[in-house]
Design a protein around this ligand. Structure first.
Ligand SMILES: Cc1cc2nc3c(=O)[nH]c(=O)nc-3n(C[C@H](O)[C@H](O)[C@H](O)COP(=O)(O)OP(=O)(O)OC[C@H]3O[C@@H](n4cnc5c(N)ncnc54)[C@H](O)[C@@H]3O)c2cc1C
Length: 371
């Protein structure tokens, strides 16, 4: 590797989107990835949902980038033929106390600019989704699903078309500010060496806190330390996969860490339940049978036709969360660290859900920060 104008650390969906946006502005971009290929971590272990932006505080980075990302992602998918479907989603209130919370969720979403929401009576829910039981429903037309692998391939293609280079099996292991840019220390099969880069974007997902620390930032003082929150998925047997025709979610629990066990569909029509939330000390992706009952209980509240034996352990993903167990939700960190003595260093930390949806909007934001 010779000298780079921009180095993006991490080839997940967000790093690739950022690389494409910066390359489009004429920058010479290197994308460093420690694994053998792109998107081998969180970006390929998620629900592949294009979120509308219901859940995040209006004005937060999560809300803004989700709502904008939703619009941009549909445009991008339509323009370049990335498989996707605007299926819509139903949030189902099943218990009496949940109705006001569903109304509050709709107000929150409207304040964030989510359009087209519609309340459904239990009778209207029954017409739309005959197998779903709900006292009140909220229909969200702009939620959809996307083939995240094809999306990542598109971002990589767009970046490469504009001269970016992807360097796999190469881990960033050190960052040194030289006064006129950065010495980026990397380790590959040949050994450890450094190259110069004027700008560095930290899009290292589960390791973004470590990369920030490499640049000399005190991650504990700044609140950049990541906590790993695992989400398991169970697949539903093909015979029951047609119970619904859109995504179905419960009303989130006020003290819950996630959105509640919900039903997602993939582009092949396969149904899955998940993800739940479990803080773990290190990333590991096992899914044990012992969770089956919990998943069934979570879903049968709104999908009574499901039986425990319809479910099989499928996969898991890890959320890079800024909040630890029991702490209030945190926003994304998307920050140019110039005022901390690191001009040209941008941190993307805590890019959990809705990071996939938000990816084109995050890319725009980062490109704007770097001028
Ligand atoms: C269970 C689950 C469900 C989700 N569902 C959705 C959803 O439905 N919709 C949605 O919008 N979002 C969803 N998300 C969130 C979404 O998956 C993430 O926000 C997104 O994938 C983050 O992408 P990324 O590029 O930031 O990180 P990653 O995909 O983790 O990529 C980071 C990359 O950096 C590399 N890396 C790390 N350190 C180094 C280093 N030192 N040197 C070189 N490379 C390095 C890693 O190998 C990795 O490839 C979900 C997340 C989870 C866990």
């Amino acid at each position: 590797m010779s000298e780079a104008d921009v180095t993006v650390i991490g080839a997940g969906v967000v790093g690739l989107a950022v690389a494409a946006a910066l390359a489009a502005r004429g920058r010479k971009v290197y994308i460093l990835e420690k694994n053998e290929g792109i998107g081998r971590e969180t970006s390929s272990r998620n629900s592949q949902v294009i979120h509308a932006g219901l859940y995040y505080p209006p004005g937060s980075l999560k809300a803004r980038t989700c709502v904008e990302g939703n619009r941009l992602l549909y445009q991008l998918c339509a323009r370049y033929g990335v498989p996707h479907r605007r299926l819509g989603k139903l949030v189902a209130a099943t218990e009496a106390g949940e109705e006001p919370r569903l109304e509050a969720l709709a107000s929150n979403a409207s304040a964030s600019g989510v359009a087209g929401l519609r309340f459904l009576t239990s009778r209207e829910v029954a017409v739309l989704e005959p197998r779903v039981r709900a006292r009140l429903g909220l229909l969200v037309p702009d939620t959809g699903i996307v083939d995240v692998h094809r999306l990542m391939e598109l971002y990589l293609w767009l970046a490469r078309e504009r001269g970016a280079e992807l360097v796999c099996r190469t881990e960033a292991v050190g960052l040194e500010f030289t006064g006129a840019g950065y010495l980026v220390w990397v380790r590959d099969r040949e050994g450890t060496y450094a190259f110069r880069s004027r700008v560095v974007v930290n899009s290292a997902g589960l390791r973004a806190d470590r990369v920030a620390a490499m640049a000399g930032l005190d991650v504990d003082r700044l609140g950049y330390r990541l906590h790993y929150c695992k989400g398991h998925y169970f697949s539903v047997c093909p015979a029951k996969s047609r119970l619904v025709s859109r995504l179905v979610y419960p009303v989130p629990h006020p003290q819950g860490t996630g959105l509640g066990i919900h039903v997602t569909l993939d582009l092949g029509g396969r149904m899955r339940l998940g993800p739940d939330t479990l803080y773990v000390s290190e990333p590991e992706y096992g899914v044990g049978e012992e969770r089956r009952h919990l998943f069934w209980e979570g879903a049968r509240r709104f999908l009574p036709d499901l039986e425990p034996e319809d479910l099989s352990p499928e996969m898991a993903g890890i959320r890079p969360k800024l909040q630890g167990p029991g702490q209030p939700p945190r926003d994304f960190v998307i920050r140019h660290e110039a005022d901390r003595g690191l001009p040209g260093f941008v941190n993307l930390i805590g890019i959990e859900s809705p990071g996939l949806t938000a990816s084109p909007a995050i890319a725009r934001l980062v490109a704007g920060m770097l001028g």
